[in-house]
Design a protein around this ligand. Structure first.
Ligand code: TYM
Length: 334
């Protein structure tokens, strides 16, 4: 049995990058008979980036509804909210005490903020950096190690976090005995980094996302906004250097992609290419858009599913945490 686990931070509206980089492949994989899967809403991670309570609460509902609308089978998979499993926070502390500060110094998320401070000429390189951001990878390691995940389907941006989770778990194992399985990142090369409207990685932080549940008209409008170059209809275009093509590849069949590549070389007009891409995405999404809207209108159903998932997650988290505490010497007195 292989254990698959992944999470999404609840800081915004789910977008196409989350869908193709994490949710779709994860649900697909969870259907295999020999897979045990854990999918969760990383709301404790959300606090690191977002101090807007309403936004976190709304995002949590939206991301939960997204997994459910897309057909996640919550009887087969364990689907929960990170904060509903307090054992994860407790494990985070155990791991924090075992993690070298030097390892965290190398974290991309932290380094990116330091670099930005320097670029902006700030005297304090740590300006705006909380301990949450600095130790972000430790909470993520706890998420993963708590359930002994073998595989973690993620986008490319999370690979370093997976390496850190392995380092942290290996260090614990080395000192206290073999408790943790070493997880590995599973990245689908076709969709490793889905670009956003401006061609950079689609990300809430860049404000360039295409939300997953836009109504049809708005979805079309967003797709028409994807940045292209100024080549005119009839001029050949490069299919290997095109954000549009990268997005299309994540939704279209191999055959459709081959046809579109040819159309690029034949000089398809950007407007025509965008229309085809819109139609392909819309066909895939319209079937589930209604499920999503129904769920958003019924928050009690979402809550019920999350509570069921948290109870299942804690069934294994509680005894495992007790085992880990025992290993480090936090034991009953008698
Ligand atoms: P987050 O919330 O930024 O993104 C959730 C997932 O979506 C993927 N993703 C993308 N994939 C392809 N192209 C894109 N443009 C794109 N944007 C986002 C991300 O790679 C990720 O897989 N730290 C994590 C959340 C987390 C987690 C975990 C993940 C917390 N604990 C444990 C796995 C296991 C994060 O911030 O993802």
């Amino acid at each position: 049995m292989t254990t698959v686990l992944t999470g999404i931070t609840t800081t915004g509206t789910p977008h196409l990058g989350n869908y193709v980089g994490a949710i779709k492949p994860a649900i697909h994989r969870s259907l295999d008979a020999d897979i045990s899967s854990y999918f969760f809403l990383a709301d404790l991670h959300a606090l690191i980036k977002c101090w807007e309570p309403e936004r976190i609460a709304q995002s949590t509902r939206e991301i939960a509804a997204t997994w459910l609308a897309l057909g996640l089978d919550t009887d087969k998979s364990v689907f929960y909210r990170q904060s509903d499993v307090p054992e994860i926070s407790e494990l985070t502390w155990l791991l924090t005490c075992m993690t070298a500060k030097g390892l965290m110094n190398r974290s991309h998320a932290y380094k990116a903020q330091v670099a930005e401070n320097q670029e902006q000429g700030s005297e304090d390189p740590d300006k705006g950096i909380t301990m949450g951001l600095f130790s972000y990878p430790i909470l993520m390691a706890a998420d993963i190690l708590m359930f002994n995940a073998d595989e973690v389907p993620v986008g490319k941006d999370q690979i370093q976090h997976l390496e850190m989770a392995r380092d942290i778990g290996a260090r614990f194992n080395h000192h206290f005995g073999e408790h943790f399985v070493m997880p590995k990142a599973v990245v689908d090369d076709n969709v490793a980094v889905l670009p956003g409207l401006d061609g950079r990685k689609m990300s809430k932080s860049y404000n360039n996302t295409i939300p997953l549940w836009l109504p049809e008209k708005k979805l079309r409008k967003h797709i028409m906004k994807i940045k292209t170059n100024s080549l005119e209809p009839g001029e050949p275009k490069d299919p290997d250097d095109s954000a549009l093509m990268d997005i299309y590849r994540a939704f279209a069949s191999d055959e459709q992609v081959a046809e579109m590549r040819q159309a690029y070389r034949d000089g398809i007009a950007w407007g025509t290419a965008k229309q085809i891409i819109f139609e392909t995405l819309n066909t895939e999404l319209q079937q589930v858009r209604q499920n999503y809207e129904d769920l958003m209108a019924n928050p009690a159903k979402i809550d019920e599913e999350l509570q069921k998932g948290a109870a299942k997650a804690r069934q294994s988290a509680k005894p495992f945490l007790a085992q880990l505490k025992d290993a480090v010497g936090i034991r009953p007195i008698v």
